[in-house]
Design a protein around this ligand. Structure first.
Ligand SMILES: [Zn+2]
Length: 163
């Protein structure tokens, strides 16, 4: 437990948590990339993915399956309206409104991106390990080829010809 850490605070129990087991818990990101963007977070203050024990990896795998099955049954109009009503920031409201504008908001996702920003240079902003599950909906971007390669946008789609 790190007193300064927002995820350690959520780990103690938060009304926004959607799932938990002995080692991990989950909640919807307040700045969703797409409707249903969820985070799975260890209850103890682990920073890097390489610090996970083998048994914790297994628990994380179970968590991924269980969180996906929960989010596929969730009414996201309700989730994001609630986030707007209890907003943590104007920026969060902007992201939640974008999610609400998605015409596919309450359809089952077509695909998922999974990812960890494992270090500050990789884009991590909260120094407590968190696994992103980002549902994808057909047509949510014009050409999704490359997926997580878009961490460096111009390197994303390796099928585009270059000179
Ligand atoms: Zn923490």
């Amino acid at each position: 437990m790190n007193e300064e850490c927002i995820f350690c605070k959520f780990a103690k129990g938060d009304e926004n948590n959607i799932w938990e087991n002995d080692f991990f818990f989950s909640f919807y990101d307040s700045y969703p990339v797409t409707p249903g963007h969820a985070l799975i977070v260890p209850k103890k203050h682990i920073i890097d993915i390489s610090s996970l024990e083998k048994s914790e990896w297994l628990e994380l795998q179970n968590g991924i399956k269980e969180v996906i099955s929960i989010l596929e049954k969730t009414d996201f109009e309700e989730v994001y309206q609630k986030m707007i009503d209890n907003s943590i920031s104007d920026l969060s409201v902007w992201f939640c409104k974008k999610a609400l504008d998605n015409p596919r908001i309450n359809t089952k996702p077509d695909a998922y991106n999974h990812g960890v920003n494992d270090g500050r240079s990789a884009g991590r902003t909260v120094d407590h390990l968190h696994w992103h599950i980002i549902p994808r909906y057909e047509g949510d971007m014009e050409d999704p080829r490359g997926g997580v390669r878009y961490v460096i946008p111009e390197m994303g789609n390796y099928k585009i010809p270059r000179n």
